[in-house]
Design a protein around this ligand. Sequence first.
Ligand code: GDP
Ligand code: MG
Length: 737
Amino acid sequence: MDTTITIALAGNPNAGKTTLFNHLTGARQHVGNYPGITVEQKEGWCLHQDRSLRVVDLPGTYSLTAYSVEELVARDFLVNEKPDVVVDVVDASNLERNLYLSCQFLELGVPMVIALNMVDVAEKRGITIHAEKLSERLGVPIIPIVARSGRGVNLLLDAVLSVAAAQTRPQPAFLRYGSDVDEALSDMMPLIRECRELTAIYPERWIGVKLLENDEQIDQKAIAANPTAAAKLKERCEAVVNHLQNTLGVYPEAVIADHRYGYIKSIMHQGVITRKYVADRLYASDKIDKIVTHRFLGPLIMAGVLFGLYTFTFSYSTVLVDWLAKFFALLNQGIDTLLSDGPVKSMITSGVVDGVGGVLGFVPIIMFMFFGIAVLEDSGYLARVAFMMDRIFHFFGLHGSSVMPFIVSGGIAGGCAVPGVMATRTLRSPKERLATLLTVPFMNCGAKLPVLTLLIGTFFSDHQARYMFLATLAAWIVALCAAKFLRMTVLRGASTPFVMELPPYRFPTLKGLMIHTWERTWQYIKKAGTVILGISILLWAMMTYPGLPDERVQQYEQQRQQAMATFAPAAGKEGARTEESTATGTPELNKALQQIKAQEAMERLKNSIGGRIGLACEGISRYAGIDWRTNIALLGGFAAKEVIISTLGTAYSLGDVDPENAASLNERLAKDPGWNPVVALAVLVFIMFYAPCFVTVICIAKEAGSWKWAAFSMGFNTLFAYIMAVAVYQIGALLYL
Ligand code: GDP
Ligand code: MG
């Protein structure tokens, strides 16, 4: 064992590197210059546990950007000479600022030990740093030392040797820099991989960060490695620069730096440091945090803020929602008068306008909600919410950052799983992220609400509020337990400690808010215009074709003639069987015609593809008390939950049922022999928990990076919902029927 271990002393100026260097090497040192520049190069050696250590004292820097010669020298040494261990000398009396550089070493993925120097100074100021806790959070050994007296230095060298003995180099730390920068980085990755000479020496993501920071050295190297890829990378970087300039008025460097500081701040908030004297001046952000994340006040404020968000969303968006509903009703009326009866008109009104309109009807709510969330996010409050909720979520194998996706998806009732799934991007650990995005669809989204309202209003009208509250509670319990289950089975793995950025509070700019709101709303609208449009038409076709055989149509025609002959001999002469003629007939005739019409519609539906599927599924759904007509509606719910009501309406032969005004369907269900409170409860449970709507499924596939998880989500949720519904129905039937 006579190979020499190289250790590099790095850190901020005045952190005590040279003092430590002198203590280690004593007289065994020589001073030179780095070739061509005036930066001093100090090198020496020492022995520890019979190993010889080559010690290099790097110039002090605050950062690893390429803005100064010192920074370049330090960086090049770390990357090119690959020291076995980097000893990051940190001034304990000035921890937060010093950790900024440590954070960059972590991002570079160098094997390192932190020498927590000047603990004597810190102690004198009444500052105690809990090194083990800090070490656990950062994932590197941290040894408190006093370089001037040599206290702790032997322990430091022990740690250095054990890090040097490790076979693998550590993974570069994965920091998040906010959605704009993160998205750019993931776009850039494939291009960066094409610059092989670069990726051979630097971590991929780090290269991306440097390019965004406009690092000249890396820029040059990228051009040398692959000019075409470099040009494309430059283009992507410029796009982010422009976007950030427009929304926040800052450069990527500032955003990245902010997130690094946020990362450190969040670690500092977790009891790694205790101060005897509160005399230390607090920054404004810290002062606000004292109240906002207070043990008792914090949750109260949070509840108030969330309540405010919902009030804001629902009270101000209703006007627009009403307008949109009126607009689509008018549109349908217009089409009704313009086109003659037939499949085209039926497709446009029932398929296109009702289907897409139903989805677009939610746009105002979504827009207001996103605006509110953008305010909370841009101001920095959202990170505090996550911080407070972390402990509860941790228990269920999730993370503090899972809170917002849950709330966005309908955690307080009314929301949408699509932005909820997209909001999981703030989660760092892939398993926690998957567990979150697979369970957010259990929340009661805005599309499920009308259905819940209908069923609860019809069968449990005495306890409406109570059942609504229970439904919300049940959604949370099921989602959290499902997450726990997933984390104990398919997504097993350690949970990550809460190291999320706690950015400083900032006043959001109106322009930034508008752009953020619009970006997300547009994503939703795009989906309504593409996926939902296609599916509505498909569904309409499934419930319309193949229609009835001619003989049956004729038989119904005969029945109609007969009815007209018996009830209204005079009007019958006209021979007209249009809507207008029934309007002028006697009440008896109207009733008879209506019955015939309903029967015909029912038979047509039964004969349609959708009806046949519904009937086929009845064999299984029967155990949950669900009949074939409800099956068709549930099938429609796969496309979008808001389809359930209109499909139920059609399936129960009522023609169009306006989701906003389900009174007629209400009565119909209450009177139907196939329905009772137990069935309603089973259907309710099934709707709450079965497969997420198609748009959500697509989002899950996109966010999880594979269709496998999307398929899993559909299968898992549907099976779970089915088991729950069967249990509810069977137990309910035993007790009450
Ligand atoms: P460098 O810029 O990182 O090389 O820092 P130096 O080694 O030059 O140290 C800066 C100052 O801090 C010097 O005055 C040192 O004597 C002092 N210093 C270094 N380590 C300690 C320590 O552990 N405790 C105390 N009290 N002072 C220290
Ligand atoms: Mg020095």
